[in-house]
Design a protein around this ligand. Structure first.
Ligand code: SAM
Length: 229
């Protein structure tokens, strides 16, 4: 049984994938996908010993040890060319950390042969989109969902022939999410306005003159209001 968040990620994993789940923690995602016979092979990568051990234990108790291996290591260092990994999932971390893991992986040629990235950043989605578009990935789908009072975005990207052109708004809000602007999207950005307003109020208490930083927060609020209509 996966959380709604990981179940949504699972829905983007193609049949017969050879998956690397980086920062896998308990390895629920690869174990469930192997038990359902969706994937043909998976690596559960972990940089911390405790989660690596719980991944190994989960693989054992799920009875999927023939198709899923736990590996201890930083980011994509755990991927070997002989694994023939073609799908990578990185979930439940900040967008900045996910971008750093991808960049290190790219430099070390770990992304060669990887056809799809399925990423679930907890924040910093803009930076992640910038990394993807800047490295010639095409964002092919995006989802926003709420579970237990938390809002998550999932970004699915594939290597493209040519670089896409993204507007500032698309980097911040997501091209696909902007097309639907569903209830969760509206909730996320309304709460972002509240956060900005709180920051602005504290800034204005401190000084009477509108400085550059305050203007930036005002611009952000206006941008979100414009998007929400
Ligand atoms: N992916 C799972 C999920 O979404 O439910 C677990 C998310 S957990 C919050 C983040 C995990 O990423 C932690 O177990 C942490 O040890 C691991 N992690 C952080 N940085 C990492 C790195 N550079 N390489 C591999 N794992 C990393």
């Amino acid at each position: 049984q996966l959380s709604v968040r990981l179940e949504t990620v699972a829905g983007f994993v193609p049949e017969n994938a050879r998956l690397a789940d980086i920062g896998s923690d308990h390895a629920y995602l690869p174990c469930v996908l192997a038990a359902r016979d969706v994937i043909s092979y998976a690596l559960a990568g972990e940089v911390v010993k405790g989660p690596f051990e719980s991944a190994a234990e989960q693989i054992r108790t799920s009875g999927v040890g023939d198709r899923v291996s736990a590996r201890l290591g930083d980011g994509m260092d755990v991927i070997e060319p002989t694994d023939h990994i073609n799908v990578v999932t990185i979930c439940g971390m900040g967008g900045d950390l996910i971008s750093k893991i991808l960049e290190k992986g790219r430099v070390k040629d770990k992304l060669v042969g990887v056809e799809r990235l399925i990423l679930q950043p907890n924040n910093g989605e803009k930076k992640l989109r910038e990394w993807l578009i800047g490295h010639q990935y095409k964002i092919i789908d995006e989802t926003i969902l709420e579970e237990n009072g938390k809002i998550y975005e999932i970004i699915v990207a594939e290597k493209a022939e040519t670089a896409e052109t993204y507007s500032e708004l698309e980097y911040s809000f997501g091209r696909f999410l902007l097309q639907t602007k569903n209830e969760v999207f509206r909730k996320k950005w309304l709460s972002e306005i509240d956060k900005c307003q709180y920051i602005l109020d504290s800034m204005q208490k401190a000084s009477n003159n509108l400085n550059e930083k305050e203007q930036q927060v005002i611009n952000k609020i206006n941008e979100i209001k414009e998007v929400l209509g």
